[in-house]
Design a protein around this ligand. Sequence first.
Ligand code: APR
Length: 234
Amino acid sequence: MAKVVIFSGAGLSAESGLKTFRDSGGLWEEYDVNVVCNHDSLEKNEALTLEFYDKRRRELEFKAPNFVHRKIFEIKEEHGSSVAIITQNVDNLFEKAGIDNEDVIHLHGFMPEVRCRSCEGVFDIAYKKIEEFKGGICPNCSSKLRPNIVFFGESAPMYEKLSQELSDCEFLVVIGTSGEVISVNGMAKAAKYSILNNLEESESIDDTLFSKVLYRKATAAIDEIAEKIDEYLK
Ligand code: APR
């Protein structure tokens, strides 16, 4: 298990031009989360829900990893299994920066993938609309496909991996999350050393629990974070 856990959220990809969820002008101001990201969204608002994810998948094609994704790639290259990369983000910017998909724990799913609603088969469709891949139908069992995203109220199988990695995490780095969906307070309490990097304070995060707090853009904080990790793993 890794000693260092880098736990991230939408703020890490913000400087690549992807909207966060809760900052002003964020995605949930534009779309109603209950309409397009709820456990019953596919049942009640199928067309709108698929369209929302089709658009978000498409926009990924034109987004590039930023300095933070690239720096985390370097950290991972240097320290290998001592570092775990865990993200709430469903984009593929870590992968575009060169990190193997198996080395990134995507807690809330992965946008380039679709999943069968029946047999659970997973298919990488890159930036296509769901309908452009086999007509939106599972090639294995002919049931309908859906985005491979965890909607609110659905179970998140990767949370088990998160608990495993946190069980012996000594050094925690939190970048770009409001902590509203997954609380980071307990994680910080349990770690020997912890760094928080967000743009600003969040109601859901008790920053006094962190050893170091960096309220600034992630691209302006990552060098300092990388140095601390290097020192720790030396
Ligand atoms: N650098 C660092 N932090 C930033 C930056 C930046 N450039 N821009 C924004 N932030 C910070 C904000 O200060 C905020 O704390 O990123 C955080 C974004 O918070 P949210 O929008 O709530 O995103 P996140 O915590 O990832 O959301 C969690 O909610 O809707 C669900 O499934 C969705 O995975 C997502 C989950």
